[in-house]
Design a protein around this ligand. Sequence first.
Ligand code: SAM
Length: 371
Amino acid sequence: MEIIIKTFHGLEEVLAEEVKSIINRSCQLRKRAVFVDQITHQELYTLNKQLRTALRILVQHSSYTVHSYEDIYSALRTIKWEELFYHHNTISIDSTVYSQYFKNSQFVMHKSKDAVVDHFRDLYNKRPSVERKNADIRINIHITERKMTVSLDSSGESLHKRGYKQAEVRAPINEVLAAGLIKLSEWDLVKPFWDPMCGSGTIPMEAALLKYNIQSQFKRDEFCFRHWKTFDKKSWQQMKREKLTPKTPSSPIYGSDIDTDVIFDLEKQLRSAKLQSHITVKKQNFFQTKELNEERILIFNPPYNKRLGLEDAKGFYKMIGDTLKQKCKGSSAWIFSGDKEAIKFVGLRPSKKIILYNGPIEARFHKFDLF
Ligand SMILES: C[S@@+](CC[C@H](N)C(=O)[O-])C[C@H]1O[C@@H](n2cnc3c(N)ncnc32)[C@H](O)[C@@H]1O
């Protein structure tokens, strides 16, 4: 199989390294994605279960040159869908269109859906029903100018939905992005780790999964590939039995936040994910930090706008800088922020600057060495 693994802009190389470390295969870098060929079913399952910086994995099926919406329909009618899945499966169609010839991506989806449905109706007089959310089978149509590629989404729900969070929380960072930040920071997994504005705990949770070598999807069992006709149950079960080599390092991972409710929810969440012994959490105002007696790596995303209760972003970031300078000597701090102006008010010269995208928002990830 040929696969496209999607990720955030800026995490392509990190993702390629992850693929290399899991299945020992090189990738071609693409925009917000990497490409790998000659993938077995077992490898596909493993990548879905273990990759930390992947959003979804598409398996490419076929490519066509198309000139009209009718061509899209005709091309899709030639695919033997009945060999891929069952008529009783629910389906959804996603499309990404970058083309001056096809301006209406809704119509692309509509034509594609008709082709699949008509195919099953002609064969069995029965048709799969369309479900926007949580469909068993997700078909992906990608059009660049006149080239159309049809893929099956092997993941289903985005892989950032790890299944370890119960409650909906305010402004959490995406899990894939959090894992990417930790990888980019080149944390050695040994230095004590601290997110001093941890909110729902995404960054320390991802740090713990990485440090203790726990699969990113340790809580998730639902993936679209499990509905495919080619699903190899034996390989899947064998893969699930294989445990990663657990690591038992001694240095701590801390998460703290000023908000009592947030900490209460996080403690509950850690207990339910059975990660409570891996992360130490407490309510703490970062600006009242006592001088640290150990060198830590700090990674955090402070609030950056009014929506997150921040009236004076500049003043707030200046206080972050002052606290880092005065209380965290010897440590290094990485700050991720969607406000590229406010981050300048930290008042320290960053030793590394990385540009990332949090969805459509251009964000900054800066490293400060605190001598
Ligand atoms: C953007 S959110 C962090 C989101 C978090 N990474 C997550 O995934 O849920 C910023 C957090 O900073 C916390 N915060 C704001 N001021 C703080 C302070 N002075 N000390 C500690 N935490 C603070 C807020 O309570 C909020 O939870």
